[in-house]
Design a binder for this molecule. Structure first.
Ligand code: AHM
Ligand code: MG
Length: 336
């Protein structure tokens, strides 16, 4: 009986990934080791986030991050934990974090063949009011780990080997793809283990929700304006979409993945490249969307085809249900 099986036969994330990797005869467990260190970072951040209100961890650290935003203590802490966990895994070579202006090149004695790009704590404006926040990560491999260069991480998202996020919400949920679909794991706090709770996630082909910061509407371009207008006042007799916007990419994308619909952070007159960062926000989420049967589009091209030229580059992004993204693509195509 399936329900009983679940209670005694626990599919932890480690067991799951080991099973998946055993399909590759050349696999030596390196990826599993790397993932275990990412999972450790997520557990640490989860516990820090849960204690934030109590431990007075909230507040300014008196520093600003590379984008000039105020940095909260939790951001600094999360970044340190991830950098240390990733370096000590002995499986990484180059690390790119939203919080660090420069990429970290791991010292030669600790190098391995993976590059990890990540945003250790995204959605920081939501920390102080206890709304969901998350960690986002993407994984590449280096060509030659004796000679790592920035070119190893300035690669299109389609070259990613794996991507995922961890959401610190009403539960702590880790969503991962290693290129063979998308799976979701929930942290069982009593075990300290992520257990497979959402096997083989597929995004609904079409959704009933759109998710965007409409406060920027006066600065949008034609296609975005037309699309959102269509969501509210459909002319084809279909019902209007609901608006949901948390302002935490991980939470907005997680809902989109499970319920369907579209998430957009478009270009606007003030931010011609949008707000979200290509390497560690746009790519991992686009990778997951495609793996779940959805699409991700920049307004010009398939998001995963984009070739970044700088590690903190930004791009507009439209991602979600296949049919919903198809509509926005048509509007941009019509624009010429
Ligand atoms: P952050 O890295 O400063 O936390 O900003 C990223 C966040 C995303 O999580 C979210 O999708 C977006 O910013 C919301 O931006 P806005 O407040 O402009 O709507
Ligand atoms: Mg961010």
């Amino acid at each position: 009986h399936a329900a009983d099986a679940h209670r005694t036969d626990l599919m932890t994330i480690t067991r799951f990934v080991l099973n998946e990797q055993s399909k590759y005869p050349e696999s030596r467990g390196d990826f599993t080791i790397l993932l275990n260190h990412i999972v450790l970072g997520c557990k640490f951040v989860c516990s820090a986030v849960n204690k934030a209100g109590l431990a007075k961890l909230i507040g300014l650290a008196g520093e600003t991050n590379v984008q000039g935003e105020e940095q909260k203590k939790l951001d600094v802490l999360s970044n340190e934990v991830f950098i240390k966990a990733l370096v000590s895994s002995g499986r990484t070579c180059i690390l790119v974090s939203e919080e660090d202006e420069e990429a970290t090149f791991v010292e030669p004695s600790k190098r391995g063949r993976y590059c990890v790009v990540f945003d250790p704590l995204d959605g920081s404006s939501n920390i102080d009011c206890a709304v969901s926040i998350g960690t986002i990560f993407g994984i590449y491999t280096v060509k030659d780990y004796h000679e790592p260069t920035l070119a190893d991480v300035l690669q299109p998202g389609k070259h990613m080997l794996a991507a995922g996020y961890c959401m610190y919400g009403s539960s702590c949920t880790l969503v991962l793809s290693t290129g063979g679909g998308v799976n979701g794991f929930t942290l069982d706090p009593s075990l300290g283990e992520f257990i497979l709770t959402h096997p083989d996630i597929k995004i609904p082909k079409k959704g009933k929700i759109y998710s965007v910061n409409e406060g920027n509407a006066k600065n949008w371009d034609g296609p975005t304006t037309k699309y959102v207008e269509k969501c509210k006042f459909p002319k084809d007799g279909s019902s209007s979409k609901s608006l949901r916007y948390i302002g935490s990419m991980v939470a907005d994308v997680h809902r989109t993945l499970l319920y369907g619909g579209i998430f957009l952070y478009p270009a606007d007159k003030k931010s011609p490249n949008g707000k979200l960062r290509v390497l560690y926000e746009v790519f991992p989420m686009s990778f997951l969307m495609e793996q779940a049967g959805g699409q991700a589009f920049t307004g010009k091209q398939r998001a995963l085809d984009l070739v970044p030229t700088k590690i903190h580059e930004r791009s507009p992004i439209f991602l979600g249900s296949y049919d919903d993204v198809e509509e926005i693509k048509a509007l941009y195509a019509a624009e010429g």
